[in-house]
Design a protein around this ligand. Structure first.
Ligand code: CMP
Length: 140
């Protein structure tokens, strides 16, 4: 099926001028960017977005990192888009990511891992509506 997924180019990648390269990774592998904007996420918004991780030991570091500078939030669309995006990103920890993936090539660490992508249909739906209204998303 054609699926939409929520992608975030994180502060570590934006700070290193990697927006264009990361967009090219998605586009050249068959994902379409159907919505995109640059924003700064507040600590409060980060706590809501990553609420499922609230009891994890890395939660404070996580919300600090994602709100440390501008990010690009985007909706990507493609055949099996959710899984395809996760394959293109590579494993959460760049040490475990395959060579060709974004995280292997550009991520600095598990905390500064350059990109986020929705992990299921349900989270894709929730995460897209967290950042975008319907009129901001191109619908065929
Ligand atoms: P992301 O896909 O944005 O989802 C949650 C983030 O928490 C993850 O990427 C990592 O950057 C960060 N993180 C830090 N430590 C861990 C861990 N042990 N397991 C999973 N995610 C972690």
């Amino acid at each position: 099926p054609i699926q939409k997924t929520l992608s975030i180019i994180k502060p570590d990648a934006v700070a290193r001028n990697l927006i264009g390269i990361i967009n090219h990774e998605f586009e050249s592998r068959g994902l379409k960017i159907i919505a995109q904007k640059m924003i700064k996420i507040s600590i409060e918004q980060a706590s809501m977005f990553y609420y499922i991780h609230k009891d994890r030991p890395f939660f404070n570091e996580l919300i600090h990192n994602i709100s440390s500078g501008p990010v690009v939030v985007q909706v990507l669309e493609g055949e099996n888009g959710i899984l395809k995006n996760r394959e293109i990103m590579g494993a959460t920890d760049p040490k475990n990511a395959e060579d060709w993936t974004i995280r292997a090539k550009y991520a600095k660490s598990i905390d500064e891992n350059s990109v986020h992508g929705s992990d299921s249909e349900e989270s894709a739906k929730n995460e897209i509506s967290f950042f975008f209204s319907d009129i901001e998303i191109y619908n065929r």
